[in-house]
Design a protein around this ligand. Structure first.
Ligand SMILES: Cc1ncc(COP(=O)(O)O)c(C=O)c1O
Length: 386
């Protein structure tokens, strides 16, 4: 059976070679340290598990979820946006999602026609490209350069591209570079969106994983008049070690939310109600747990960065997220470097090329292993010959 043409247009799975080598190393009995995947290694906090268990007992949660989310969840999001960012939204400007990925990948189906352009950061989370291609859109990649703080140069995008653009994907705090964006940059992006009439999709699953209160991420919706052009995606996944539970939410202009809701109404039956109920509580009752998770990654980032720098690696200073973005020494491509580390040191990390063509001189490390394992990884790197 042949798959549809649209599936054939998706980019090849870039990690296949690394996956194959990883499997071979495991089968050969090698000890592998996996710092490749941005999936929290610690379990969901006990308090949230208790909320989930309580919510599971509530029979009101046993039927189909309500379209854009339960009243309890939507109101919690409304309150959270006000508490966290000082942003005022109403129930119609929020919706529950099956994680942020649900929102970013389905959004183009609501707004992109074949031939329309979607502006995508390079490097970037692969979902921006797949959602674009599956909707018949054309990706236009915006390089994120270190010299520009890993922000896209909005003035470098040609006018003819802007004119065809329907969506611009942004993602701060950024995966994989760990960069942050400020209101000045967001204002400029919104001005472009207003001029050319596109939607900005700001993907913010790492909004709560910042290392210093002074770097606490801001919301684009803090900018007056932003709503009409902006949808932001938040997630429980990284904030609360909840990747397995699949809960996120969108906040933005009502027309944008309704477009996304119409796609999803026809695709799935919503976010598990019991998880919405538990998540609504987590957003307000788990400040201690949030801080513990932040502090954990901050500590790991510090140890790993120091150790790598002592070994001579150029590491981009991480102010948040679960990642370190590292420059590759010598002449290696990112795939060659990742393969070498896997074969000679048993380290699995992510080659930059997996996030885009402009990232082939970088690799990403995920801070998802305990401290002793970080020391072990550093020890193995020390013994590596170039
Ligand atoms: C930038 C970015 N967006 C979205 C996601 C998916 O998040 P969620 O688990 O909320 O679907 C991830 C997960 O790693 C991510 O890094």
């Amino acid at each position: 059976m042949d798959v549809a043409k649209r599936l054939k247009k998706l980019p090849p799975y870039i990690f296949a070679e690394i996956d194959r080598k990883k499997k071979a190393a495991i089968e050969a009995g090698k000890s592998i340290i996996n710092i490749g995947i941005g999936d929290p290694d610690r379990p969901t906090p006990k308090k949230i598990l208790d909320f989930i268990k309580e919510a599971a007992d509530n029979t009101a949660n046993h039927t189909y979820p309500i379209g854009k989310g339960s009243k309890v969840f939507k109101q919690a999001v409304v309150k959270w946006m006000s508490k966290r960012f000082g942003v005022t939204v109403n129930d119609n400007e929020v919706m529950a999602l099956i994680g942020a990925k649900d929102g970013i990948t389905h959004l183009p189906l609501a707004f992109v026609n074949p031939g329309d352009v979607v502006l995508i950061p390079d490097p970037g989370y692969p979902g921006y490209t797949s959602g674009t291609i599956l909707s018949g859109g054309t990706p236009y990649y915006m390089p994120l350069k270190e010299s520009n703080g890993f922000l896209p140069d909005l003035d470098a995008i040609p006018e003819k591209v802007y004119k065809k653009a329907k969506i611009m994907h942004l993602n701060y705090p950024n995966n994989p570079t760990s960069a942050m964006a400020d209101l000045k940059f967001y204002k400029k992006a919104i001005a472009k969106a207003k001029k050319y009439g596109f939607i900005i999709s700001q993907d913010a699953p790492y909004s709560e994983v910042y290392f210093d209160p002074k770097d606490k991420p801001v919301s684009m919706l803090q900018i007056p008049g932003a709503k009409e052009h902006v949808i932001e995606f938040y997630s429980m996944s990284k904030t609360y070690n909840m990747t397995g539970w699949r809960v996120g939410f969108a906040v933005g202009g009502e027309k944008i939310i309704n477009g996304l809701a119409l796609v999803k109404e026809n695709m799935d039956s919503g976010t598990v109600s019991a998880l919405q109920e538990a998540s609504a509580r987590a957003l307000f009752e788990c400040e201690k747990e949030e801080k513990e998770i932040r502090d954990l990654y901050k500590k790991r980032a510090k140890i790993f960065t120091k150790g790598l720098r002592e070994l001579g690696y150029e590491v981009i200073e991480s102010k948040g997220t679960l990642y370190l973005w590292i420059k590759i020494p010598g002449k290696y491509t990112s795939m060659e470097f990742a393969s070498k580390l896997l074969e000679e040191a048993g380290l699995v990390l992510t080659p930059g090329i997996g996030f885009g063509k402009s990232a082939d001189k970088y690799v990403r490390i995920a801070l998802t292993v305990e401290e002793p394992v970080i020391h072990q990884a550093l020890e193995r790197l020390k013994n590596l010959k170039f």
